[in-house]
Design a protein around this ligand. Structure first.
Ligand SMILES: Nc1ncnc2c1ncn2[C@@H]1O[C@H](COP(=O)(O)OP(=O)(O)OP(=O)(O)O)[C@@H](O)[C@H]1O
Length: 258
């Protein structure tokens, strides 16, 4: 059972959380249409389901006003954990509780490629619960913050014409326009250029100031050091360290240098 500090306001509580992906393996005779039909009729799952146990009994408490970096080598479970905090993946065992509606701002956030940037701004804001009047008031500010129009009128072009950095900047700008109880950022800061990174780090600090909790998954040590005061190091689905960024980073660096 996790311990909660009663003097602070918890925003996310993970209690021995396990997350397991179930993957249907292709190939072999079981993937034939007949075999699929049999599975549908009999309700059997088939013999070729593989389980990937991505997060293995993770416990932590995040509090209001914290910015927490999630670090770990490739495949250690960072994105999976973030998606579970956002409520996008079920927890197989244990539990994750979160205040309000955590917003996941990732490189894969659901914007529509065929629609222009400015339309995506409107839809994104509406999806985050803003009123049409709020959206109208904020739209230009969001486009300006993203900087996508710095080199021409890109906001009226479909998103598929954007570079990956431009897309990531727009996604970040939309999500950062709202005050969140819990804001989850997956690598988004690392995708922008240096100027945008600075601007977005400033915004993350403001969001923290507005009393939310920010989680940041990044392979950029600098981003984590600049933005987060606390760090959780995940390795092979379990927490190796959780504490002040400088201390955890030191341990992590020693581990990756081995
Ligand atoms: N959709 C999925 N289906 C099955 N397994 C998955 C899926 N997504 C991730 N995994 C597996 O879960 C484990 C953790 O992956 P995850 O993406 O959470 O790691 P990560 O720490 O974010 O990695 P990276 O630093 O490379 O982004 C890996 O073993 C990965 O193969």
């Amino acid at each position: 059972m996790v311990e909660i500090d009663n003097d602070r306001t918890p925003t996310v509580v993970a209690d021995e959380a396990h997350i397991i992906y179930r993957v249907q393996q292709g190939g072999g005779t079981n993937s034939s249409p007949l075999a699929s039909f049999k599975r549908m009729v009999t309700g059997s799952k088939g013999g070729n389901i593989r389980e990937v146990h991505a997060v293995k009994g993770v416990s932590f408490v995040a509090y209001k006003g914290e910015a927490i970096g999630l670090i770990g080598t490739n495949g250690s479970g960072k994105s999976t954990l973030l998606r579970a905090v956002a409520g996008l993946l079920p927890v197989s065992k244990g539990a994750i509780y979160a205040a309000g509606q955590p917003s996941l701002l990732g490189v894969n956030a659901a914007l529509m490629n065929e629609l222009p940037g400015d339309r995506n701004v409107e839809l994104g804001c509406l999806a985050m619960g803003m009123s049409p009047a709020e959206v109208a008031a904020k739209k230009q500010e969001i486009i300006d913050f993203s900087g996508i129009n710095d080199k021409g009128d890109f906001s009226s072009l479909p998103m598929r014409t954007y570079s990956s950095g431009m897309g990531a900047r727009l996604r970040f700008s939309i999500a950062a326009a709202k005050e969140h109880d819990v804001l989850l950022i997956d690598e988004a800061l690392a995708t922008g250029d240096a100027k945008f990174r600075k601007r977005s780090e400033q915004r993350v600090r403001e969001l923290r100031g507005q009393a939310g909790t920010v989680f940041l998954v990044s392979h950029s040590e600098q981003s984590i050091r600049d933005t987060c005061d606390r760090c959780i190091w995940l390795e092979a689905g379990t927490i190796r360290a959780d504490g002040p960024t400088a201390d955890v980073m030191k341990e992590y660096e020693a581990y990756t240098r081995r």
